[in-house]
Design a protein around this ligand. Structure first.
Ligand code: NAD
Length: 289
């Protein structure tokens, strides 16, 4: 067993991401002790039975006492409230991180609550599934996936380096970005595609003349993937769009313009436009892989 990177890790919010982090920490001997907090007694019981935490507490503050790493793994809109609640008990010199899918908003709502003697190092693992809750976690979730570390201005480089090693020990590749760039990249690669998937599944459901079972039965990979993505947790995704508003609205605006141009090309029979567009996008894909 390797030397733990942190002696005591507190996980606040015990769902897919926290559960997967705990299993991956246990796999790699990355933490001396893992302490968890969940709001509901039902989740706490589930986690005790699953066994991915060494101890489960019934308050966030109790879970954070004496921890040298605190991980906020709740929906983005809940991060600020949790930070406020735990601030008085944080150990001198500990690191607070989060796993939120949006970074600017989380930094704005968490940082003001944290005392000067703790290090705040935001991060975002680019890994997930359409499942949520503690039963959904598994140790391999982060293997060979990216985790983006988003240091705040003036961040303690040792604290950043230690959290980076932690994520690498969980199986992830790591990169650093500033929050605005992170939020724009994610608006393109994840947030807007999720919105499109939600919309496509909604359109299919509203169609009436085609039943839901026909949609599933006759769909090749493309639509099946839309339905999988559209099954993602509504609370998490509501918060993503409310908090990454500017970047998703910018990408959505550009997307809508392109879609209208393609719609017009289809209506007017402008095959050259369609052919040129699809040729350009095919070249992009072939240039990437
Ligand atoms: P999840 O729904 O599986 O788990 C979140 C847990 O937080 C739930 O158990 C919920 O009850 C709890 N919770 C909600 N509000 C709380 C509060 N105020 N106090 C305490 N607990 C609270 O969700 P998840 O997929 O593990 O997502 C957690 C975080 O990770 C989110 O910020 C999300 O943006 C981020 N994230 C998710 C994915 C993904 O694909 N699922 C990927 C990367 C990052």
């Amino acid at each position: 067993m390797s030397t733990p990177i942190y002696n005591r890790v507190a996980l606040i919010g015990l769902g897919l991401i926290a559960g997967s982090m705990a299993w991956a920490m246990k796999r790699g001997g990355v933490a001396g002790e893992i302490v968890g907090y969940a709001r509901s007694e039902e989740t706490r019981d589930t986690v005790r039975k699953l066994g991915f935490c060494d101890r489960v507490e019934d308050s966030a503050a109790a879970a954070c006492e004496g921890a040298d790493l605190v991980v906020l793994a709740v929906p983005v809109g809940a991060m600020g409230g949790v930070a406020q609640e735990i601030a008085p008990v944080l150990a001198d010199g500990c690191t607070v991180t989060d796993v939120g899918s949006v970074k600017r908003d989380v930094i704005d709502h968490v940082a003001p609550h944290l005392p000067d003697n703790v290090h705040f190092v935001p991060a975002h693992p680019l890994a997930g599934t359409e499942h949520s809750g503690p039963n959904a976690g598994f140790a391999e979730l982060f293997d060979n996936k990216w985790t983006i570390i988003v240091p705040v201005p003036g961040a303690d480089r040792d604290a950043v380096a230690r959290l980076t090693s932690f994520w690498q020990a969980l199986g992830a590749n790591t990169d650093e970005m500033d929050p605005e760039h992170h939020d724009l990249v994610l608006a393109v690669t994840s947030h807007t595609p999720h919105l499109i998937a939600y919309t496509m599944v909604g359109v299919a459901d509203d169609l009436g003349r085609v039943t839901d079972s026909e949609v599933i039965k006759y769909s090749a990979a493309g639509f099946r993937d839309f339905t999988r993505i559209a099954a993602s947790d509504p609370t998490m995704w509501r918060d993503v769009f409310l908090t990454n508003k500017d970047a998703t609205l910018e990408i959505l605006g550009r997307f809508t313009e392109e879609l209208f141009a393609l719609q017009r090309a289809i209506r007017t029979g402008d095959g050259d436009h369609l052919f040129d567009y699809f040729t350009r996008t095919r070249a992009i894909r072939r240039g990437i892989i």
